[in-house]
Design a protein around this ligand. Structure first.
Ligand code: UD1
Length: 420
């Protein structure tokens, strides 16, 4: 089993280049199923979730070829299967995008229920509501067997109002509606940057989607999509993780290949903690002040503060000079990693969806990554802690961060991966 060993206390300085966005890649790769031709997708992050979704596409009959580490060529013209087996699907949450893409392209989908990180109940009722509205029949019994079976004679555009602002449902219904007959209007949609990226990808391949990034998305169905080349946006959460690392270690990091606008809520909170944040065209420099001021945070859908940055900030605030509160309003249960921080000497009380964090010193010990971003939080804590922190279960971190320890090492961190 691989572990990360971090010796804390080093000031991180230098430049880091951010990879392509995980949450865009895991949606755009299945979206390629809708394309009747070959698409070339650039700036793909070299992470586990990408490997998994690419192998699922191959099993469905697509030809998937990496032209280099970050560029994948996908030819979906031979996709002829519609069953995504549990062995693959359980490894990643975003496999639910296969439902929308397969329904749209071959009118049938049999996809096992998703795995990924456990933040309490993670329903997909809004995805299914959208598919039903578009004219798909969903087999409820299949839900009991751990898979969703959906089929349609042909999807027909309609109005869909999402009861919950959901990233996954917004993208999934958009995928299904791309090749539907007529116009689909999805209301109360999520506005995350990767939703805009998926819409831009589909439009570049011939789709007619307007409004992504606003509350309402309008999709005029087209008969087919053609091939093309598309480059994925930089990863907002990876960028945020390195920005927090600069503040956490009193360092000075230039985070390159970012879209500063996507980072607004994170930058604003870092400034409140006392860090200096300088924005350039496609990079952000964060200079830590050495003292971390306490702040209050509430996670919200974009453009609010991202839930996927919550653990990294809680780790940062665990070493602040006062008391902070962090309220999680997206996921019902996303504080599992806090137990690990307590073992490092943090003083945190959880009350429902709120963490009350009294700043204290952290000391290294053995902790585990409870999930992907919780794992990133452990690395931030390890970088700040006195002594050595050993992080186990790092397969979660590998799902979504490309070469995390190597990037940190180049910034001066004392971090290594060991294999027991
Ligand atoms: C995506 C991200 C994840 C991030 C989350 C919120 C990917 C692959 N993952 O997850 O990293 O934490 O957005 O920014 O992009 N909900 C329902 N019914 C549904 C769908 C969702 O009630 O049908 C609820 C969820 O339980 C949750 C909230 O809506 O409380 C937001 O979930 P959603 O935006 O769908 O998250 P994901 O797309 O799964």
């Amino acid at each position: 089993m691989e572990k990360l060993v971090v010796k804390g206390g080093k000031r991180l300085c230098g430049e880091v280049t951010i990879s392509g966005a995980k949450n865009a890649a895991v949606a755009i790769i299945p979206a390629a199923i809708l394309v009747d031709g070959t698409c070339i997708i650039e700036n793909i992050p070299a992470i586990k979730d990408v490997t998994v979704i690419c192998s699922i596409l191959e099993e469905l009959g697509a030809k998937v070829e990496f032209l280099d580490k970050y560029t994948v060529k996908i030819d979906s013209s031979s996709v002829n299967k519609y069953t995504a087996p549990y062995e693959h699907v359980r490894k990643m949450r975003a496999s639910y995008y296969l439902l929308g893409a397969l329904l749209g392209r071959i009118k049938k989908a049999d996809v096992a229920l998703p795995g990924g990180c456990n933040f309490g109940s993670r329903p997909i009722d809004q995805h299914l509501k959208g598919f039903k509205a578009l004219g798909a029949a969903i087999d409820d019994c299949a839900e009991e067997t751990g898979a969703i079976y959906a089929e349609t004679e042909g999807l027909i555009g309609t109005n869909v109002y999402l009861d919950v602002v959901s990233v996954g449902a917004t993208i999934n219904v958009m995928l299904a509606a791309t090749l539907a007959r007529g116009t689909t209007i999805i209301e109360n949609v999520a506005k995350e940057p990767h939703i805009v990226d998926v819409a831009n990808f589909l439009n570049a391949m011939g789709a007619n989607i307007k409004g992504a990034g606003t509350d309402v998305i309008k999709i005029h169905g087209v008969e087919k999509l053609h091939g093309g080349t598309y480059s994925i946006i930089p990863d907002q959460i990876e960028a945020g993780t390195f920005m927090v690392a600069a503040a956490a270690t009193g360092g000075d990091i230039l985070v390159k290949n970012v879209i500063p606008k996507h980072m607004d809520s994170v930058s604003a909170k870092l400034v409140e903690t006392g860090a200096k944040v300088l924005e350039f065209d496609d990079s952000i420099r964060v200079i830590g002040s050495g003292t971390i001021k306490p702040v209050n945070i509430k996670t919200l859908p974009y453009p609010g503060f991202p839930t996927d940055m919550q653990p990294q900030f809680v780790s940062l605030l665990a070493a602040s000079s006062g008391t902070s509160t962090v309220t999680e309003s997206v996921w019902e249960s996303r504080f599992q990693y806090v137990d690990e921080l307590l073992r490092m000497g943090a003083d945190i009380t959880i009350s429902g969806r709120r963490a009350i964090i009294r700043g204290t010193g952290l000391s290294g010990t053995q902790v585990r990554a409870t999930d992907l971003r919780g794992g990133a939080g452990m690395v931030i804590a390890g970088l700040m802690a006195k002594g050595e922190t050993v992080i186990t279960d790092i397969q979660y971190i590998d799902r979504g961060y490309e070469n995390m320890e190597e990037k940190f090492r180049k910034l001066g961190a004392d971090i290594k991966r060991i294999d027991d």
